[in-house]
Structures are given as structure tokens and as C-alpha cells.
Design a protein around this ligand. Structure first.
Ligand SMILES: [Zn+2]
Length: 401
């Protein structure tokens, strides 16, 4: 049996113990000591790490009434000296109590139940079994921080089952056997928990909600407390400063500046569309005039896919029944777009497109009235278009127009 020193002194960082047993598993060593400060994990809180006789403790878990330390190497002596990774443990103690306080406030203010809590590195999340509004989350966050500043004591109690049933925010798990360990923060929370927490709420420092989302019909809320909350806010401030510098404003003005920029982008896009139309309309009219009513084959140079698509639309909108073969030559390949107007059931451009894209060593596809793709074999563009034209011209319908 391992004595749980981590419950006896929450702030001890080193301890001496005796090695009771040790065994090797896949190159790692599982050691059981007569007592330990290493918390084995539980209640959503990860296990402690650190060293024993300067050998790294990779993981710790509870097995029956023993606590097993998974070590990187073998312990050579009977006497063990353990040292916790204290910074890590202290942050988990802050995060865990922060979670208790926040979940307690959600329960006290709105009767909301926390179904699950998890700490993963800097990230803490809780699952509430019903939908929760942002205003409710922020209200509980404010109340939780007030409880932090009151610097309330965190008591560990072992009350009767009757008292637990009457007072607890959550009932102990079915497998729990008395005595049940209760974490009590007067007026804030009263809940069964096997975790390790800071002794006073003030040590949590700050509780900050970072996001929330719908989750399986309920709500998953992400929060950070203590050092992790500070780190998150520092990184947020770094990002805000960058935005302030780019937008030349204080943080209060960022949103307004972004909305103005979005409106400007919209106007510029509309203006661009108009200019494109002005430029492409005469091109389309000219091509239609010269087509002889059957087929248009046209190569543009350096035009974007958007420009090609725009020209395609101008032609097919105003001259239904035509087969259209458009291409744009760019520095690294060719974009092709073949088709006709949607209503035209006489033309299927796919065979012509397939032949052309093969010659271009490219990829693409589409429907009977619109296919597009990009190929790298730029030198073969004329050949590809000629081949496509040949296929389209072989169709019977051209001779009956
Ligand atoms: Zn807890």
C-alpha cells in the first residue's frame, strides 16, 4: 500500500521513500514506493511528473491501493528521493480549482450540471449537459473571479453519505466507497473530487473563459486559470498589438476598422467586375461576330481564370447555341474552359475537353455544357485546341444549323 503524501501536504515538492517493488515493462520500469508525493491523476487532472533518484518519472497511475511510478530507467537503490515537476503540478492545482469555482457558479446561479471536466496541458474544458447562453457563461465567470478575490479557504471533508446527497453539486461515482473526499469552498462549491487543488481561492489568480461550442446537445466551455490564463492573455495581447499597429488604432477601434475595410473590399470588387465587363464585352461581341454561328476558339494571354470564366459567361449568355473553346496562356501552363449555354442539349463538350486536357498533360473536368482544367504542356496548347475543334466539328448538328 502506498501512503498518499500528496493529500497530506499539498505544497511539498520533494520526499524520501522506500522502494517496495520494481518491474520492467517494454523497457520502462514500474516502481511502487511505500509513500509518494506523485499524484496519479484523476478527476480530470493529469498525473504528476518529475524525478526519482534523478531518473525521469514518465507517468504515474493508481492500481488497487498502490501507486505505480513509470520510470525511464531502473532504480538501483532501496531508498528513493522524489522531486516533483512543481511548476507543472502547481498550474494543474490552479486550473483544477478554477474549474471547481466556475462549475460551482454555473450550478449555484443556474442549476447547470458539469458532466465532465478535462485538463490537457494549458487547456481545460467542461461539458455542460444542456445549452448555455454566452450571457450565462460570462455571469458565472464574473462571479467565479469574485470568489477568487475573496481568497476563500479550500477545505477537504469526509462527510456522511446523507450530507453529501443533500449538499453536493454532483454525486460520487457509483464505484466510490466511503469515506468520500469532498472539496468544499464555502458558499461556492461542494463536490466529491480526488484531485489536488491550491489551498485558497486567491491562488487561482484569474479565471478566463476562452471559448465555448455546442457539443452533443449540450455545451463545451473552455477556460483557463492562473498561470495558463496569464499566458493566454499575454499571447492575445501580442496579437492585438499587431492588429493595432497594422490598423493604426487602439484596440477599441479594431472592429470598426475591420468593418470599414470589408466594406471597401466589397466596393473594389464591384468596381473590378464593372471594369472587367467593360473590357471583355467588346471582345465577346467580336468573337461572336466572327464565329459564323458555330464555334468560338480564342486564346488569351496572362488572363486569370476569373477573366476566362467571365468571358465565357458573356459569350454563352448572349449567343446561345455556340460551342466555346477558351484558353489562357500563363507563365507556368494553360487554363482551358470549354462549353456552351446550359440550355443547349446538342453539344457535349466532354469528349473534346478530354482530348485537349490529355494533350496538355493536365487535369480537370465538368459537365456536358461546361468543363475546365489546367495543363502544364503549354507548347501543345494550339494542338490541343485544334484537336478539340476537330472533335466538335465532327458532330452532326453543325451541318444542320
Ligand atoms: Zn476537483
Amino acid at each position: 500500500m502506498t501512503r498518499k503524501l500528496f493529500y497530506e501536504n499539498l505544497y511539498a515538492t520533494e520526499f524520501d521513500a522506500e522502494v517496495l517493488s520494481q518491474s520492467e515493462h517494454d523497457g520502462k520500469f514500474f516502481a511502487v514506493l511505500d509513500k509518494t508525493l506523485f499524484f496519479p491523476g484523476g478527476g480530470g487532472q493529469p498525473c504528476d511528473t518529475g524525478t526519482i533518484n534523478n531518473i525521469e518519472v514518465l507517468e504515474v497511475f493508481e492500481q488497487g491501493d498502490e501507486i505505480v511510478h513509470v520510470l525511464k530507467d531502473e532504480l538501483k537503490e532501496k531508498n528513493a528521493h522524489g522531486v516533483l515537476n512543481w511548476a507543472r503540478r502547481f498550474e494543474f492545482m490552479q486550473q483544477h480549482l478554477g474549474e471547481h469555482i466556475f462549475a460551482g457558479m454555473l450550478y449555484n446561479l443556474h442549476g447547470l450540471h458539469t458532466a465532465r471536466m478535462r485538463i490537457e496541458g494549458d487547456n481545460v474544458s467542461i461539458d455542460i449537459d444542456s445549452p448555455v447562453e454566452l450571457s450565462v457563461i460570462l455571469e458565472a465567470e464574473a462571479a467565479a473571479n469574485e470568489a477568487v478575490w475573496k481568497n476563500l479557504p479550500v477545505e477537504v471533508l469526509y462527510p456522511s453519505m446523507e450530507e453529501i446527497k443533500e449538499r453536493a453539486r454532483k454525486l460520487p461515482g457509483e464505484k466510490s466507497v466511503p469515506p468520500i473526499r469532498i472539496i468544499n469552498i464555502p458558499g461556492v462549491d461542494y463536490v466529491p473530487c480526488c484531485g489536488v487543488h491550491v489551498a485558497k481561492t486567491g491562488e487561482v489568480g484569474l479565471i478566463k473563459i476562452t471559448s465555448f461550442e455546442n457539443h452533443k446537445g449540450g455545451t463545451r466551455i473552455y477556460l483557463k486559470s492562473g498561470a495558463a490564463a496569464y499566458r493566454w492573455l499575454s499571447s492575445l495581447y501580442g496579437e492585438v498589438r499587431k492588429a493595432e499597429a497594422e490598423l493604426v488604432c487602439g484596440y477599441e477601434g479594431i472592429n470598426e476598422k475591420i468593418l470599414n475595410l470589408k466594406a471597401q473590399i466589397k466596393d473594389l470588387k464591384a468596381e473590378g467586375e464593372k471594369n472587367l465587363e467593360r473590357f471583355l464585352k467588346p471582345v465577346a461581341e467580336n468573337l461572336i461576330r466572327e464565329s459564323g454561328g458555330k464555334i468560338i476558339k480564342h486564346v488569351m494571354t496572362g488572363s486569370t481564370q476569373e477573366e476566362v470564366k467571365h468571358l465565357f459567361k458573356l459569350i454563352t449568355d448572349s449567343a446561345p447555341g455556340l460551342a466555346v473553346l477558351l484558353a489562357s496562356r500563363t507563365s507556368d501552363g494553360a487554363f482551358i474552359m470549354f462549353g456552351t449555354d446550359k440550355a443547349n442539349k446538342n453539344i457535349d463538350v466532354r469528349p473534346a475537353f478530354k482530348a485537349a486536357i490529355k494533350i496538355l498533360e493536365g487535369k480537370g473536368g465538368g459537365s456536358s455544357f461546361s468543363a475546365q482544367g489546367w495543363g502544364k504542356n503549354l507548347e501543345a496548347l494550339d494542338e490541343a485546341l485544334n484537336e478539340a475543334q476537330k472533335i466538335l466539328e465532327s458532330y452532326k448538328f453543325f451541318s444542320v444549323i
